[in-house]
Design a protein around this ligand. Structure first.
Ligand code: TXA
Ligand code: MG
Length: 313
Protein backbone atom coordinates (compact mmCIF):
# COMPACT_ATOMS: atom_id res chain seq x y z
CA UNK A 1 0.00 0.00 0.00
CA UNK A 2 1.44 3.38 -1.05
CA UNK A 3 0.49 6.62 0.63
CA UNK A 4 -1.46 8.60 -1.99
CA UNK A 5 -0.59 12.29 -1.76
CA UNK A 6 -2.95 15.14 -2.58
CA UNK A 7 -1.27 17.78 -4.72
CA UNK A 8 -2.56 21.25 -5.60
CA UNK A 9 -2.15 23.23 -8.79
CA UNK A 10 0.88 25.38 -7.83
CA UNK A 11 3.85 25.28 -10.22
CA UNK A 12 5.94 23.12 -7.80
CA UNK A 13 3.07 20.66 -7.35
CA UNK A 14 2.59 20.34 -11.10
CA UNK A 15 6.35 19.87 -11.58
CA UNK A 16 6.27 17.17 -8.89
CA UNK A 17 3.35 15.40 -10.58
CA UNK A 18 5.15 15.49 -13.93
CA UNK A 19 8.33 14.10 -12.34
CA UNK A 20 6.35 11.27 -10.76
CA UNK A 21 4.82 10.37 -14.14
CA UNK A 22 8.21 10.55 -15.86
CA UNK A 23 9.56 8.21 -13.17
CA UNK A 24 6.86 5.64 -13.94
CA UNK A 25 4.41 6.42 -11.11
CA UNK A 26 0.62 6.78 -11.40
CA UNK A 27 -0.86 10.25 -10.91
CA UNK A 28 -4.55 11.15 -11.17
CA UNK A 29 -5.09 14.56 -12.75
CA UNK A 30 -8.07 16.71 -13.70
CA UNK A 31 -9.33 17.06 -17.24
CA UNK A 32 -12.43 19.00 -18.28
CA UNK A 33 -14.31 15.69 -18.74
CA UNK A 34 -13.39 13.48 -15.75
CA UNK A 35 -10.26 12.85 -13.65
CA UNK A 36 -7.77 10.65 -15.51
CA UNK A 37 -5.31 8.13 -14.05
CA UNK A 38 -2.10 9.12 -15.81
CA UNK A 39 1.01 7.08 -16.59
CA UNK A 40 3.87 7.52 -19.07
CA UNK A 41 2.39 5.91 -22.20
CA UNK A 42 5.83 4.88 -23.42
CA UNK A 43 6.65 2.93 -20.23
CA UNK A 44 5.29 -0.66 -20.25
CA UNK A 45 5.63 -1.07 -16.51
CA UNK A 46 3.88 2.21 -15.74
CA UNK A 47 0.99 1.40 -18.09
CA UNK A 48 0.68 -2.08 -16.60
CA UNK A 49 0.34 -0.31 -13.26
CA UNK A 50 -2.82 1.44 -14.50
CA UNK A 51 -4.49 -1.89 -15.21
CA UNK A 52 -3.44 -3.24 -11.83
CA UNK A 53 -4.64 -0.17 -9.90
CA UNK A 54 -8.02 -0.19 -11.67
CA UNK A 55 -8.43 -3.99 -11.84
CA UNK A 56 -9.10 -3.30 -15.49
CA UNK A 57 -9.41 -6.10 -18.09
CA UNK A 58 -6.21 -6.20 -20.10
CA UNK A 59 -7.88 -6.14 -23.51
CA UNK A 60 -9.25 -2.67 -22.93
CA UNK A 61 -7.16 -0.03 -24.77
CA UNK A 62 -6.36 3.40 -23.30
CA UNK A 63 -6.41 6.99 -24.56
CA UNK A 64 -3.03 8.72 -25.03
CA UNK A 65 -3.20 12.36 -23.89
CA UNK A 66 -0.91 14.98 -25.41
CA UNK A 67 -0.47 18.74 -25.01
CA UNK A 68 -1.26 19.80 -28.58
CA UNK A 69 -1.82 18.77 -32.19
CA UNK A 70 1.92 18.77 -32.93
CA UNK A 71 2.52 16.23 -30.18
CA UNK A 72 -0.38 14.13 -31.50
CA UNK A 73 1.15 14.15 -34.99
CA UNK A 74 4.26 12.51 -33.55
CA UNK A 75 2.35 9.38 -32.53
CA UNK A 76 -0.58 8.96 -34.98
CA UNK A 77 -1.25 9.73 -38.65
CA UNK A 78 -3.93 12.24 -39.56
CA UNK A 79 -6.10 12.06 -42.65
CA UNK A 80 -7.49 15.38 -43.95
CA UNK A 81 -10.77 14.69 -42.19
CA UNK A 82 -9.02 13.82 -38.93
CA UNK A 83 -7.08 17.12 -39.07
CA UNK A 84 -10.27 19.04 -39.75
CA UNK A 85 -11.97 17.54 -36.67
CA UNK A 86 -8.87 17.96 -34.49
CA UNK A 87 -8.47 21.61 -35.46
CA UNK A 88 -12.10 22.33 -34.66
CA UNK A 89 -12.39 20.52 -31.32
CA UNK A 90 -8.92 20.36 -29.76
CA UNK A 91 -8.16 21.16 -27.08
CA UNK A 92 -11.44 19.72 -25.84
CA UNK A 93 -13.57 16.71 -24.89
CA UNK A 94 -12.94 14.77 -28.10
CA UNK A 95 -10.87 11.62 -28.72
CA UNK A 96 -9.78 10.51 -32.20
CA UNK A 97 -8.90 6.89 -33.00
CA UNK A 98 -6.15 6.99 -35.63
CA UNK A 99 -3.59 4.66 -37.22
CA UNK A 100 -0.40 4.47 -35.16
CA UNK A 101 3.01 2.89 -35.81
CA UNK A 102 3.73 -0.11 -33.59
CA UNK A 103 6.29 1.66 -31.42
CA UNK A 104 4.46 4.99 -30.87
CA UNK A 105 3.53 4.02 -27.30
CA UNK A 106 3.59 0.91 -25.12
CA UNK A 107 1.60 -1.92 -26.70
CA UNK A 108 -0.37 -2.14 -23.48
CA UNK A 109 -1.95 1.22 -24.40
CA UNK A 110 -3.33 0.03 -27.75
CA UNK A 111 -3.98 -3.53 -26.52
CA UNK A 112 -2.30 -4.64 -29.74
CA UNK A 113 -4.71 -2.72 -32.05
CA UNK A 114 -3.20 -0.98 -35.10
CA UNK A 115 -4.91 2.24 -33.98
CA UNK A 116 -4.37 4.58 -31.03
CA UNK A 117 -6.95 6.77 -29.30
CA UNK A 118 -5.56 10.30 -28.84
CA UNK A 119 -6.89 13.36 -27.04
CA UNK A 120 -5.74 16.93 -26.34
CA UNK A 121 -7.61 17.95 -23.18
CA UNK A 122 -8.62 21.57 -22.58
CA UNK A 123 -8.21 21.68 -18.80
CA UNK A 124 -5.35 24.13 -18.06
CA UNK A 125 -3.88 21.86 -15.35
CA UNK A 126 -3.95 18.82 -17.66
CA UNK A 127 -2.21 20.82 -20.38
CA UNK A 128 0.48 22.06 -17.96
CA UNK A 129 1.18 18.50 -16.82
CA UNK A 130 1.30 17.16 -20.37
CA UNK A 131 3.70 19.91 -21.40
CA UNK A 132 5.90 19.21 -18.36
CA UNK A 133 5.92 15.43 -18.92
CA UNK A 134 6.79 15.91 -22.60
CA UNK A 135 5.60 12.40 -23.48
CA UNK A 136 2.16 10.97 -24.27
CA UNK A 137 0.28 10.16 -21.04
CA UNK A 138 -2.05 7.16 -21.00
CA UNK A 139 -5.09 7.98 -18.88
CA UNK A 140 -8.31 6.08 -18.38
CA UNK A 141 -10.87 7.52 -16.00
CA UNK A 142 -9.41 7.37 -12.46
CA UNK A 143 -11.87 4.86 -10.97
CA UNK A 144 -11.78 1.15 -10.24
CA UNK A 145 -12.97 -0.75 -13.33
CA UNK A 146 -16.75 -0.97 -13.57
CA UNK A 147 -17.41 2.03 -11.34
CA UNK A 148 -18.62 5.56 -12.08
CA UNK A 149 -15.97 7.94 -13.46
CA UNK A 150 -14.63 10.52 -10.96
CA UNK A 151 -15.43 14.21 -11.38
CA UNK A 152 -13.70 15.37 -8.17
CA UNK A 153 -10.41 14.51 -6.44
CA UNK A 154 -12.40 13.06 -3.52
CA UNK A 155 -14.09 10.61 -5.93
CA UNK A 156 -10.59 9.49 -6.98
CA UNK A 157 -9.52 9.01 -3.35
CA UNK A 158 -12.64 7.01 -2.58
CA UNK A 159 -11.77 4.46 -5.29
CA UNK A 160 -7.97 4.44 -5.57
CA UNK A 161 -6.50 5.68 -2.26
CA UNK A 162 -3.36 3.70 -1.46
CA UNK A 163 -3.10 2.33 -5.01
CA UNK A 164 -1.61 5.36 -6.80
CA UNK A 165 1.16 7.87 -6.05
CA UNK A 166 -0.78 11.14 -6.15
CA UNK A 167 -3.96 13.00 -7.03
CA UNK A 168 -3.91 16.59 -8.28
CA UNK A 169 -6.93 18.35 -6.79
CA UNK A 170 -8.24 21.09 -9.08
CA UNK A 171 -11.89 20.98 -8.04
CA UNK A 172 -14.82 19.56 -9.99
CA UNK A 173 -14.63 18.83 -13.73
CA UNK A 174 -16.59 21.30 -15.86
CA UNK A 175 -17.98 18.87 -18.47
CA UNK A 176 -18.50 15.85 -16.22
CA UNK A 177 -18.85 13.23 -19.00
CA UNK A 178 -16.03 11.43 -20.81
CA UNK A 179 -14.85 12.57 -24.22
CA UNK A 180 -16.70 11.84 -27.44
CA UNK A 181 -14.76 9.14 -29.35
CA UNK A 182 -14.69 9.33 -33.15
CA UNK A 183 -13.08 7.01 -35.68
CA UNK A 184 -12.57 9.35 -38.65
CA UNK A 185 -12.63 6.54 -41.23
CA UNK A 186 -14.82 6.13 -44.30
CA UNK A 187 -17.59 6.36 -43.23
CA UNK A 188 -16.70 8.20 -39.99
CA UNK A 189 -17.95 6.47 -36.85
CA UNK A 190 -19.06 7.54 -33.40
CA UNK A 191 -17.56 5.04 -30.92
CA UNK A 192 -18.75 6.78 -27.74
CA UNK A 193 -21.02 9.81 -27.26
CA UNK A 194 -19.47 12.30 -24.84
CA UNK A 195 -18.58 15.90 -24.11
CA UNK A 196 -18.72 17.17 -27.71
CA UNK A 197 -22.27 16.86 -29.08
CA UNK A 198 -22.33 14.67 -32.23
CA UNK A 199 -24.43 17.29 -34.00
CA UNK A 200 -21.47 19.70 -33.85
CA UNK A 201 -19.12 17.17 -35.43
CA UNK A 202 -21.65 16.23 -38.11
CA UNK A 203 -22.22 19.93 -38.93
CA UNK A 204 -18.46 20.41 -39.33
CA UNK A 205 -17.84 17.44 -41.63
CA UNK A 206 -21.17 17.72 -43.44
CA UNK A 207 -22.17 14.08 -43.00
CA UNK A 208 -23.67 11.87 -40.32
CA UNK A 209 -21.46 9.82 -38.02
CA UNK A 210 -22.22 6.13 -38.17
CA UNK A 211 -23.33 5.01 -34.70
CA UNK A 212 -21.19 2.10 -33.67
CA UNK A 213 -22.29 1.94 -30.06
CA UNK A 214 -22.81 -1.75 -29.48
CA UNK A 215 -21.63 -2.52 -25.94
CA UNK A 216 -19.52 -5.41 -27.21
CA UNK A 217 -18.16 -3.56 -30.22
CA UNK A 218 -14.61 -4.75 -30.90
CA UNK A 219 -13.88 -1.17 -32.01
CA UNK A 220 -14.41 0.27 -28.57
CA UNK A 221 -14.06 -2.60 -26.14
CA UNK A 222 -14.28 -0.30 -23.12
CA UNK A 223 -17.94 0.26 -23.73
CA UNK A 224 -19.06 -2.33 -21.23
CA UNK A 225 -22.60 -2.03 -20.00
CA UNK A 226 -22.10 -2.00 -16.25
CA UNK A 227 -19.57 0.83 -16.35
CA UNK A 228 -21.70 3.50 -14.71
CA UNK A 229 -23.65 1.41 -12.27
CA UNK A 230 -24.80 2.40 -8.79
CA UNK A 231 -25.89 -0.50 -6.57
CA UNK A 232 -29.65 0.14 -6.76
CA UNK A 233 -31.88 -0.90 -9.68
CA UNK A 234 -32.60 1.93 -12.14
CA UNK A 235 -35.71 2.65 -14.25
CA UNK A 236 -35.36 5.24 -17.03
CA UNK A 237 -37.77 7.71 -18.70
CA UNK A 238 -40.05 7.84 -15.69
CA UNK A 239 -42.64 10.62 -15.44
CA UNK A 240 -44.53 9.11 -12.50
CA UNK A 241 -42.16 7.51 -9.98
CA UNK A 242 -43.58 4.82 -7.71
CA UNK A 243 -43.83 5.38 -3.97
CA UNK A 244 -40.90 2.98 -3.40
CA UNK A 245 -38.58 4.78 -5.81
CA UNK A 246 -36.26 7.76 -5.42
CA UNK A 247 -36.46 10.15 -8.39
CA UNK A 248 -33.33 11.42 -10.12
CA UNK A 249 -35.03 14.37 -11.76
CA UNK A 250 -34.47 16.54 -14.81
CA UNK A 251 -36.46 19.73 -15.39
CA UNK A 252 -39.27 21.13 -13.23
CA UNK A 253 -40.20 17.99 -11.29
CA UNK A 254 -40.44 17.25 -7.58
CA UNK A 255 -37.28 15.20 -6.98
CA UNK A 256 -34.92 14.55 -4.07
CA UNK A 257 -32.01 14.96 -6.46
CA UNK A 258 -32.38 16.95 -9.70
CA UNK A 259 -29.75 16.88 -12.48
CA UNK A 260 -30.97 20.30 -13.61
CA UNK A 261 -34.26 21.84 -12.42
CA UNK A 262 -33.89 24.32 -15.32
CA UNK A 263 -33.67 21.44 -17.82
CA UNK A 264 -30.14 22.45 -18.86
CA UNK A 265 -28.21 19.53 -20.42
CA UNK A 266 -24.78 21.03 -19.75
CA UNK A 267 -25.55 21.35 -16.05
CA UNK A 268 -27.05 17.84 -16.02
CA UNK A 269 -23.89 16.38 -17.61
CA UNK A 270 -21.69 18.08 -15.00
CA UNK A 271 -23.86 16.71 -12.16
CA UNK A 272 -24.49 13.19 -13.50
CA UNK A 273 -21.61 11.11 -12.09
CA UNK A 274 -21.54 12.88 -8.73
CA UNK A 275 -25.28 12.31 -8.34
CA UNK A 276 -25.00 8.63 -9.37
CA UNK A 277 -22.52 8.28 -6.50
CA UNK A 278 -24.71 10.09 -3.98
CA UNK A 279 -27.97 8.47 -4.91
CA UNK A 280 -27.17 5.04 -3.49
CA UNK A 281 -26.86 6.55 -0.02
CA UNK A 282 -29.95 8.72 -0.43
CA UNK A 283 -31.95 5.81 -1.90
CA UNK A 284 -31.42 3.80 1.28
CA UNK A 285 -32.72 0.59 -0.28
CA UNK A 286 -35.21 2.17 -2.70
CA UNK A 287 -34.90 1.71 -6.47
CA UNK A 288 -33.98 4.69 -8.65
CA UNK A 289 -36.32 6.28 -11.20
CA UNK A 290 -34.90 8.79 -13.70
CA UNK A 291 -36.85 11.55 -15.46
CA UNK A 292 -36.92 11.55 -19.28
CA UNK A 293 -33.93 13.44 -20.72
CA UNK A 294 -33.88 14.70 -24.32
CA UNK A 295 -31.48 12.77 -26.59
CA UNK A 296 -30.00 15.81 -28.34
CA UNK A 297 -26.69 17.59 -27.67
CA UNK A 298 -25.09 16.32 -24.45
CA UNK A 299 -28.33 14.39 -23.82
CA UNK A 300 -27.10 11.61 -26.11
CA UNK A 301 -24.10 10.93 -23.85
CA UNK A 302 -26.15 11.38 -20.66
CA UNK A 303 -28.70 8.82 -21.88
CA UNK A 304 -25.91 6.47 -22.98
CA UNK A 305 -24.37 6.51 -19.46
CA UNK A 306 -27.78 6.12 -17.82
CA UNK A 307 -28.65 3.17 -20.08
CA UNK A 308 -25.40 1.48 -19.04
CA UNK A 309 -26.11 2.24 -15.39
CA UNK A 310 -29.59 0.69 -15.78
CA UNK A 311 -28.44 -2.38 -17.72
CA UNK A 312 -28.92 -5.71 -15.94
CA UNK A 313 -25.75 -7.02 -14.31
O1 TXA B 1 -12.78 11.90 -21.21
C1 TXA B 1 -12.09 10.89 -21.36
O2 TXA B 1 -11.96 10.33 -22.46
C2 TXA B 1 -11.38 10.35 -20.11
C3 TXA B 1 -10.33 11.38 -19.68
C4 TXA B 1 -9.48 10.90 -18.54
O3 TXA B 1 -9.56 11.76 -20.78
N1 TXA B 1 -10.78 9.07 -20.38
C5 TXA B 1 -11.53 7.95 -20.57
O4 TXA B 1 -10.78 6.81 -20.75
O5 TXA B 1 -12.74 7.95 -20.59
P1 TXA B 1 -11.36 5.35 -20.62
O6 TXA B 1 -10.18 4.46 -20.61
O7 TXA B 1 -12.28 5.25 -19.46
O8 TXA B 1 -12.14 5.14 -21.96
C6 TXA B 1 -11.41 4.98 -23.16
C7 TXA B 1 -12.27 4.42 -24.24
C8 TXA B 1 -12.63 2.98 -24.00
O9 TXA B 1 -14.01 2.80 -24.31
C9 TXA B 1 -11.74 2.24 -25.00
O10 TXA B 1 -12.27 1.01 -25.38
C10 TXA B 1 -11.68 3.22 -26.14
O11 TXA B 1 -11.56 4.47 -25.48
N2 TXA B 1 -10.50 3.05 -26.99
C11 TXA B 1 -9.22 3.23 -26.65
N3 TXA B 1 -8.39 2.93 -27.68
C12 TXA B 1 -9.18 2.56 -28.70
C13 TXA B 1 -8.94 2.11 -30.03
N4 TXA B 1 -7.70 2.01 -30.53
N5 TXA B 1 -10.01 1.83 -30.80
C14 TXA B 1 -11.26 1.95 -30.31
N6 TXA B 1 -11.56 2.34 -29.06
C15 TXA B 1 -10.54 2.64 -28.26
MG1 MG C 1 -13.69 4.83 -17.85
Amino acid sequence: MTKTIRLGTSAPDIARAADLIRDGALVAFPTETVYGLGADATNDLAVAGIFAAKDRPRFNPLIAHVADLDAAEEIVSFSDRASQIAQAFWPGPLTLVLPAPKDAVSELVTAGLPTLAVRVPAHPVAREILRAVGRPVAAPSANPSGRVSPTTADHVFSGLDGRIAAVIDAGPCSVGLESTIVLPANPPQLLRPGGVPVEEIEALIGQPLQRNLSPDSPLSPGQIKSHYAPEAAIRLNVTHPRADEILLGFGPVDAELNLSPEGDLTAAAANLFGYLRQIDTLADGRAIAVSPIPGTGLGLAINDRLARAAAPR
